[in-house]
Design a protein around this ligand. Structure first.
Ligand SMILES: [Ca+2]
Length: 483
């Protein structure tokens, strides 16, 4: 079979959904509730038994529950994909997350969903965990289209002290705060306040980015007490944190109802990536932790990987009277939120850069098939994955390289690698993945931490710093103590 997949064809596929469609009048309020590291099977609507999520389940039961809603494998990249509608590899956020010592952020020439909604009259709020750049205020939410921000800019902090390595990271609109309280409950209280004080004449977009249920595993006693029967202490804390998250969803919905806004408010609930299951991170092990409390079944893998367990999100969308209850099993991706929501708001979708997201409103409301010919799961320097129909290819490019092909229709748990039996499909999907990879910008994470790899892949070696022939400048040798 002759293949004719070109860079141009992928670019044109990506760029073909740029026409905004005005459907809703008046403009709906939008509440996007983002959970962090929640396992696919850790909500009642996906079959969870030991953790109770009645409020999240009600939301899903009265709306659409997605079974193939894809995210990126980690916090920073998924947040970037939500805000831009573009795959993170296009702007260097494809690898890992922004760590507390790093200096980069979501590049400031990326236009966000908050900017797009603000342009058509929305009041925009970001609450909770930002994780798209903290070292420079230019990366902060209030400079990325949000009118107000209340929360933490770095990745994860203590739920009670809002501190990381001795630094408190908790602010309202740029003003640092010292505030008692549990992260989940504080942002819930503020979201309720925003809803109660909202104006009848101005729609709002609330981006409520929970830290829950990311580590550290901390919950108030009243929630821990609900799960005394769970013996594993990590699972118990995780369950307690999930219950606090569920109560939060209930309080937000109740506030919308009290204010009489429920019928004109679209609510999305989703996790930013799969839960930590089968976790084998070296650093966590070295600390003696066993942080594997989540359940991504029936999927294989864990947060940060390329298997479905990393990228298949527990997700639902609800809008009374506009979205009929049901299940969508078509493949959709978190980048679709921007064109879909901005389309509903009558806004404009950026046209000077390729938008990867598609308008999935017809999939949600009319049972149409997925508009995606393929979806990019990720394209990094060392690995990548792509899904096309029932097929999924995973490529590990580091030597010795390897390739895996799964038939997700027959094998959603990715147990049987059928790459050898379907070499033509492997070839086709490798070409698609490589075309995406050619469009990737260098990873900003690697640029900061491993510039020798990024600057010259073909002749990769440590950069000469004028003194030592390897290592970082000023790096102290660690030698065994002399007897
Ligand atoms: Ca996460």
């Amino acid at each position: 079979m002759k293949l004719s997949i070109t860079r141009t064809s992928i670019m044109s596929i990506a760029a073909c959904t740029l026409i905004p469609v005005v459907r809703a009048e008046p403009k709906p309020n939008i509440v996007l509730i983002l959970a962090d590291d929640l396992g696919f099977a850790d909500v009642g609507f996906n079959g969870c038994k030991d953790i109770k999520t009645p409020n999240i389940d009600s939301l899903a039961a009265a709306g659409i529950r997605f079974t193939s809603f894809y995210t990126q494998p980690m916090c920073t990249p998924t947040r970037a994909a939500i805000l831009t509608g573009r795959y993170p590899m296009r702007y260097g956020l494809q690898s890992f997350v922004i760590t507390p010592g790093q200096h980069y952020g979501l590049p400031t020439d990326e236009r966000t969903i908050a900017q797009a909604l603000k342009e058509v009259g929305y009041k925009t709020y970001a609450l909770g965990k930002w994780h798209l750049g903290h070292s420079d205020k230019a990366y902060w939410p209030q400079n990325r289209g949000f009118d107000h921000f209340y929360g933490s800019t770095i990745g994860n902090v203590d739920y009670f002290t809002k501190e990381r390595a001795g630094v408190v990271d908790w602010q309202r609109d740029g003003k640092q705060l010292k505030e008692e309280g549990y992260f989940t409950e504080l942002i819930t209280k503020d979201t309720v306040r925003i809803i109660e004080q909202s104006s009848d004449n101005q729609p709002f977009f609330i981006y409520m980015a929970h830290l829950a249920v990311h580590s550290p595993y901390q919950a108030p006693k009243k929630y821990m007490d609900r799960y005394k029967s769970i013996k594993d202490k990590y699972r118990q804390s995780y369950a307690a944190m999930t219950s606090a998250l569920d109560d939060s969803v209930g309080e937000v919905i109740a506030a919308l109802e009290r204010k009489g806004l429920r019928d004109n408010t679209l609510v999305i609930f989703m996790s930013d990536n799969g839960g930590i299951a089968e976790y084998d991170a070296t650093m966590a092990k070295a600390r003696g932790e066993k942080p594997s409390p989540a359940d991504n079944s029936p999927f294989r893998g864990s947060k940060a990987g390329l298997y479905e367990g990393a990228v298949r999100s527990a997700a639902a969308i609800n809008w009374p009277g506009k979205i009929k209850p049901g299940v969508v099993s078509e493949v959709v991706h978190v980048v679709d939120l921007l064109p879909t929501l901005v389309g509903l708001a009558g806004g404009k979708i950026q046209t000077d850069k390729p938008i990867d997201g598609k308008d999935i409103w017809p999939v949600i409301t009319q049972g149409k098939v997925s508009p995606h010919q393929n979806i990019l799961i990720n394209a990094e320097l060392h690995r990548g994955a792509v899904r096309q129909g029932k097929w999924k290819l995973i490529k590990y490019a580091t030597l010795p390289s390897s390739v895996e092909l799964y038939d997700l229709a027959k094998d959603p748990a990715e147990k049987n690698n059928v790459a050898e039996q379907h070499s033509e499909k492997v070839h086709e999907l490798e070409m698609i993945l490589n075309e995406y990879a050619k469009q990737a910008k260098a990873s900003l994470y690697l640029k900061e931490y491993m510039p020798f790899i990024i600057n010259d892949t073909k002749n990769a070696q440590m950069m000469y710093d004028g003194d030592e022939d390897s290592g970082q400048p000023g790096e102290k040798p660690v030698l065994p103590k002399q007897k």
